[in-house]
Each structure stands twice: as C-alpha cells, then as structure tokens.
Write a protein that binds this ligand. Structure first.
Ligand code: ZN
Length: 160
C-alpha cells in the first residue's frame, strides 16, 4: 500500500503548504478558539451559519503540520454543508481517531477508512499510529464542534 501512503502524504502536504479557507470573518460570525497544549497548536475558527447551513468558514492560528493540514481539510470538508451534515462529519472523524486509539491494545483490527467515503480526510488516519499526534488532528474538529455548541447549545442542530 506504499502508493496509497504516498497519496495520503501528498494530500496532507498539499493542505499544509496551501491551507484552505485562511482568514477571519467579521461578526456576527461565531468565533471559537481551540488550543492543544500537548503540542502548542492554536486555532481560531470563524463560522458563518445561515438557516442551518454553514455558509462560510475561516481559520487562523498556527501549529504543527498535522494540526494545520487537518484544519484546512476540515474546513474544505464542511464548508457549504448543513449543520446536521457537519455534526455527522465531526462524529465520523472522531470515530476514526477513537476506534484506532482503542485498537492500539491489539485485540481488534482497526477499520480502515476508505478514501471514497471519507474523501481526503482518510489521509489523516495514518496519524493514529502516533497517539501523541491525535490531538493535533482532532483540534480543528473539536473547535468546530465547540463553535456549533456555542451557536446552538450542546447537540442541538437548531432552528435558530
Ligand atoms: Zn500539533
């Protein structure tokens, strides 16, 4: 699977070198800060939500290549989606990271995320081989989740 590994590495490097959706959004866009103290990654996510649709998303911040690439990939994956779809994407990604985490004990074979269902995000599953980096990859998604919670309340999808 060396070719697939190469492809995944290329996807991550591409997002790191050419991050998507960099910048800020003016109020009333939701502004949410995320921080990963294990690595020092900092991220600010701006969400512009109208009628239950994430119309626009912008990111600022700095950190390691994994956190930067992951946040860029996250923004590209959720922009233009409904809040329900965004929540589902967050769950899928967290599951990808969590299942692998628990499978490190060795009793279960980790499910392999498929590039056809996960898209570019599948590239990040290699990160779980390095548990210390998982928080780098999930920072963007946790910050996004926090931004939705700030907007709608926990687990609400909202008619706001
Ligand atoms: Zn990091």
């Amino acid at each position: 699977m060396a070719n697939l590994d190469d492809l995944y590495r290329e996807i991550i490097l591409d997002h790191y070198r050419t991050p998507r959706n960099r910048g800020e959004l003016p109020p009333p866009a939701v502004r949410t800060e995320g921080y990963n103290p294990l690595c020092g990654d900092e991220l600010v996510v701006y969400l512009d939500i109208h009628d239950g649709v994430l119309v626009d998303i912008k990111l600022t911040g700095h950190g390691c290549s994994i956190s930067q690439a992951s946040s860029s990939m996250m923004s590209a994956a959720v922009k233009g989606k409904t809040v329900d779809e965004v929540r589902a994407a967050i769950e899928r990604f967290k599951q990808l990271m969590t299942v692998h985490e628990s499978s490190l004990d060795g009793d279960a074979e980790p499910p392999v995320a498929d590039i056809h269902t996960m898209g570019e995000l599948a590239a990040l599953q290699g990160v779980v081989k390095f548990p210390v980096r998982i928080k780098c990859a999930t920072l963007a998604w946790n910050t996004l989740s926090q931004g939705l919670d700030d907007t709608y309340g926990v687990q609400g999808t909202g008619s706001k």
